[in-house]
Each structure stands twice: as structure tokens, then as C-alpha cells.
Design a protein around this ligand. Structure first.
Ligand code: ADP
Length: 541
């Protein structure tokens, strides 16, 4: 058989040849949406590759980005990786000190940024040790006024190149991109993906039992391209010729809804908070999503999809929820929820219950759960243990070997998540190991409690943390944000929860707050909540 390396450049080459006219729509700040096609992205990615070569970028050099989802960022996905550089998508929502740490640790040689981040870049620039040039992702007319002398203009770099650049035949195991985990504990750690792992992950993303992407789709990408490369979906769209809607920073409910309607999105992906905002917008404006949208499925991941969100999508939107699980270390898609043949006659209730689980692994990924001593636990949907994963697109270590070995002799990586796996292979994440509530030798799942609380019509968001208890070791404390204009008492919420979780799981106390803090990737920041509420002293119970 022939040998052809699995390269990221082959994705855009194929898209330009097989799907030249498919639209890629980017929401620009304060402007009409920008429209282009795979033909344009391919040409401009090659011009960019030429420009990077002219800047002296060599194979393996890191090229950083601080940017929202847009066509220039997409050109960097293909142009930088395609020419052999390592695309490093930095999360601009992190604290400036973390961004500085990450860019210095990665030794980014060039930094491309959206002009909206000019103040941040100006502040950081003197401390970025390896960065040789800063490139504003704009045309000459939009170049920001700033004190930095060595600021390059993206469009000028491209304009200086013709489209004659030819993609090099790289080693498929060469590094193609780099993402850092947000590092809720310690410094952020880098995961270095290869062309091969990326292309294999891309195939898994496209498969029918995954997102099932095709040339008939227009995908609304609400997961930021700096959050594990938008879960690999820009590559997946190119592989199958799906259209893309890249929403920039406009991730509020109204903007998402308008754009989905106007551009006729058929599928979408994002974290639960984005979908909550969309659903709240639709409810408050009495919109008719079933009539107004073409959307038929939404991939939810990053944190657990609350049952209430799944229900609203099913009932009011007529949209099927695909619930996925993964992490930076797993590229990220490691499991996704789709019904099996045996579920065909399930009631809506049963189907929604299935969708609240995090799904099954595709070919290429293996999972198991273990007890504290590392013994494998049964796949019976009841035993709860440490979720371990291995496979074609799972990290074998962190960038620069930080923290040492992370897999055992058989390549199993301990995800830090606690889960059950049922006989059909459906994974249910019950917690992150560090968020579990260990009460009297038993485990209470903070995620289950939170989801049950969010099921109450007056609750906008809920978080549960463990608080030390003299008798039970730890007990759950629930922190709740009410929906605007809604009232609910502690007792009413406890009554609502009683029907849904074991009595001994009920939180010992509930505190109502105006806002719950979130991480840079939209997850509840339990560390912050533990700092604020962790010292709660329980009454004598
Ligand atoms: P960060 O911690 O930097 O935000 P990741 O995006 O890598 O990084 O986060 C991965 C973690 O997110 C997983 O280990 C898991 O705890 C959580 N997670 C991701 N998807 C889900 C899901 N569908 N349900 C529950 N937890 C999830």
C-alpha cells in the first residue's frame, strides 16, 4: 500500500479541491459578517505559510495566537501547522500573568493577535522573552495606534506573497499544535498534538456516531478556537466540506440566535453556559426556534450538560443533544453520546436520561474505571471510580516533560475524573476527583446535585462544594444563583432535590449569591468558591 503522511495541510488541500465554494462566515467586531470559501482559506493559508517562511519560521517553531473564532485564525490553523510550525492557541481570557507564563514556557517566536487585544499585548510585550514579532490580525486601515514599533500587519504580510507556496511533506508525527490546560492547580501544562493525532481525531469527530459531520452541514462553532482548537472542529469541517460560522467574541444569546437563523446553522458546539444564554434569550423573547432555526443537533461538552438544558433543546428547539466528554489531554473528544439501536423505542424521558450521560468512546480511544488501588471496576453503571483513558489522540506526557510521567506502563492516563461506565459503554462523569464530596466513607457527586438544582425553574446556576464536617468528614454546601425575577427559598429547593437524590446527599446548607465565578473556559471555579465558603462551620448535626 502507498504511504502518505496524515498531515493537516492535506485537509485544506482536499477542502479546496472537493468543496471549493462552501461558505465560511466570520462575525467581525462592529461590522457585517465576513464571507469567504475554502478556496480563499486555502489560498490565504498558503500565502501565510509563505509569509511565515519569510519571517524565518522553521519547522517546530511555535507561533502563538490570541484570537477569537474568525477566518484569519482559521488561516493560521492551516497555514502555520501546514508549513511545519506549531500553532499555539493561547486563551486570552486567562489572567495576564498566566498568558505571560504560557507564551514564555512555549517559547512562541511570533504572536498573532486580534486588534481587540492590543492593550493586553502592549502590557505583556516587554515580558515576552522569545517573541520576535507581533502581528495584528487586521488590514492596514484597521491597524491600531500603539506604542509598539515592531508591529506587523497581517494583511500586508499576506499581500507580499503569491499563492504558489507548496505544502511540505512533513513527518506525520511532527508537532502541529500546542494547547495549555487552564491549570486550576499549579501552572498551566502544555499538550503538544501531532499531525497524525490531529487527523485521526478529526476522523473520529466526523463519524456518524460522533458529530456526524457532512457536506450538508453548516457548523456554528461556539467553542473558542483557543479552547482545545475548538474541539478539533475546524479540521473536521475541512475534512468533509461542512460550512462554518465563526462567531468572533459575540457569544451572547441574542447574537448566537441571530447568526444561527441568518446563516442557517444545522449543527453547533459549545459549553453549557453558552447554551443557557441562548435558551434564556429565546424564552425571554418568545422566539419560535422550531420554525426559525435549521439546527438539528448541538454538541455540549467542557462540563456536564444539565438535564434542563437537554430538555429545552429537545422540547422547544426540536434539537438533538450530543453530549461529549474530553479534556485538553485527549485532543479533546474522547466520548460522545448517541443512542444505540436498542434505544430506538425509548420514551423521550429515557432518551434525555441517556443524553445526560457523557456517551461512548469512538474507535481509537479506550476507557476503564479503577478503584483507589488501581484495580479495574465493573462496567455495570453503578461502580464509580477513577476514569482512565488511552488511545491514538491521548497525551503521553506534557510539553517539556512537565510533572514527569503521566501514563502507566500500559499507557493509561488518569483523567482526574470520577465516572461510572455501564454495560453498553456509556460513561457518566460524576465528578472531578478533587470536587467529590466524601461523606462518611461514601462519595456524593457534586455534578448530580448541581444538575438536579438547575432543573428547578427558578434556579439559573448551582455549584456544590465539599466543606469539612466533624462527624462525616465532608458535607455538601450548595451555592445558587436565582433566575432574574424568580424567588425560591432554601426549603423549596431542598424539597425539589429530595425527589431526585438520596436523602443523605442533600446539601447541609444552601447559599444564594448574585454570581458564580467561572474559569477561562466557562467552568465553575470551585477553587474560588472553596476559598469563600470552605470555612463554613456546620451546626451540630
Ligand atoms: P481546563 O480544566 O483547562 O478547562 P479541559 O478543557 O481540559 O481543561 O477540561 C477537562 C475537564 O472538563 C474534564 O477532565 C472534565 O472534568 C470536564 N469535562 C469536560 N467535558 C465534560 C462533560 N461533558 N461532563 C462533565 N465534565 C466534563
Amino acid at each position: 500500500m502507498q504511504q502518505h503522511p496524515l498531515l493537516i495541510s492535506s485537509l485544506i488541500e482536499h477542502a479546496a479541491r472537493a468543496h471549493p465554494d462552501v461558505p465560511i462566515i466570520s462575525q467581525m467586531p462592529d461590522a457585517a459578517p465576513h464571507r469567504c470559501t475554502y478556496t480563499d482559506i486555502d489560498r490565504r493559508a498558503r500565502q501565510l505559510a509563505g509569509a511565515l517562511t519569510a519571517l524565518g519560521v522553521r519547522e517546530g517553531d511555535r507561533v502563538g495566537t490570541l484570537a477569537w473564532n474568525g477566518h484569519r485564525h482559521l488561516e493560521l490553523f492551516f497555514g502555520a501547522s501546514g508549513m511545519g510550525a506549531v500553532l499555539h492557541t493561547v486563551n486570552p481570557r486567562l489572567f495576564p500573568e498566566q498568558i505571560e507564563f504560557i507564551i514564555n514556557h512555549a517559547e512562541d517566536q511570533h504572536l498573532f493577535f486580534d486588534i481587540g487585544f492590543i492593550a493586553l499585548v502592549e502590557q505583556l510585550a516587554p515580558r515576552l522573552r522569545s517573541v520576535k514579532s507581533l502581528v495584528a490580525m487586521a488590514g492596514r486601515a484597521q491597524m491600531p495606534a500603539c506604542s509598539m514599533r515592531a508591529l506587523l500587519c497581517y494583511e500586508e504580510l499576506l499581500a507580499a506573497q503569491d499563492a504558489g507556496y507548496r505544502w511540505p511533506r512533513l513527518d506525520e508525527n511532527a508537532a502541529s499544535s500546542l494547547c495549555y490546560t487552564s491549570g486550576t492547580t499549579g501552572n498551566p501544562k502544555g499538550v503538544l498534538y501531532s499531525h497524525r493525532s490531529t487527523v485521526l481525531h478529526t476522523m473520529a469527530v466526523c463519524m456518524a456516531d460522533s458529530i456526524g459531520l457532512s457536506a450538508r452541514d453548516t457548523l456554528f462553532i461556539a467553542a473558542p478556537m483557543f479552547h482545545v482548537n475548538a474541539w478539533g472542529t475546524p479540521y473536521a469541517c475541512a475534512m468533509v466540506g461542512a460550512g462554518m460560522i465563526l462567531p468572533g467574541s459575540a457569544l451572547d444569546g441574542a447574537s448566537i440566535y441571530r447568526s444561527m437563523c441568518e446563516e442557517k446553522a444545522t449543527a453547533a458546539l459549545g459549553v453549557p453556559t453558552v447554551w443557557l444564554a441562548l435558551q434564556q434569550h429565546v424564552a425571554s423573547q418568545n422566539r419560535q426556534p422550531r420554525q426559525e432555526l435549521r439546527l438539528n443537533r448541538v454538541l455540549i461538552g467542557g462540563s456536564a450538560a444539565p438535564r434542563a438544558v437537554v430538555e429545552v433543546f429537545e422540547r422547544d428547539f426540536g434539537v438533538r443533544v450530543l453530549h461529549g466528554w474530553g479534556m485538553t489531554e485527549t485532543s479533546p473528544l474522547a466520548s460522545i453520546g448517541r443512542p444505540l439501536r436498542k434505544h430506538e423505542d425509548d420514551s423521550v424521558e429515557q432518551r434525555i436520561t441517556l443524553q445526560t450521560k457523557q456517551g461512548r468512546v469512538p474507535y481509537g480511544v479506550e476507557v476503564k474505571i479503577t478503584d483507589d488501588a488501581g484495580n479495574e471496576l465493573p462496567r455495570d453503571g453503578a461502580a464509580c471510580g477513577h476514569l482512565q483513558v488511552r488511545g491514538q489522540w491521548i497525551a503521553s506526557g506534557y510539553f517539556r516533560g512537565e510533572v514527569g510521567p503521566i501514563v502507566d506502563a500500559e499507557d493509561w492516563f488518569d483523567t482526574g475524573d470520577i465516572a461510572t461506565i455501564d454495560a453498553d459503554g456509556y460513561i457518566q462523569i460524576t465528578d472531578r476527583a478533587k470536587d467529590l464530596i466524601k461523606s462518611g466513607g461514601e462519595w456524593i457527586s457534586s455534578i448530580s446535585l448541581e444538575n438536579a438544582a438547575v432543573g428547578h425553574p427558578s434556579v439559573a446556576e448551582a455549584a456544590v462544594i465539599a466543606v469539612a464536617h466533624p462527624k462525616w468528614q465532608e458535607r455538601p454546601l450548595m451555592i445558587v444563583v436565582k433566575k432574574p425575577g424568580c424567588e425560591i427559598s432554601k426549603q423549596q429547593l431542598l424539597d425539589h432535590l429530595s425527589g431526585q437524590v438520596a436523602k443523605w446527599w442533600l446539601p447541609d446548607d444552601i447559599v444564594f449569591v448574585a454570581e458564580i465565578p467561572h474559569t477561562a473556559t466557562g467552568k465553575i471555579q470551585k477553587m474560588k468558591l472553596r476559598e469563600r465558603f470552605g470555612k463554613t462551620v456546620w451546626g451540630d448535626r
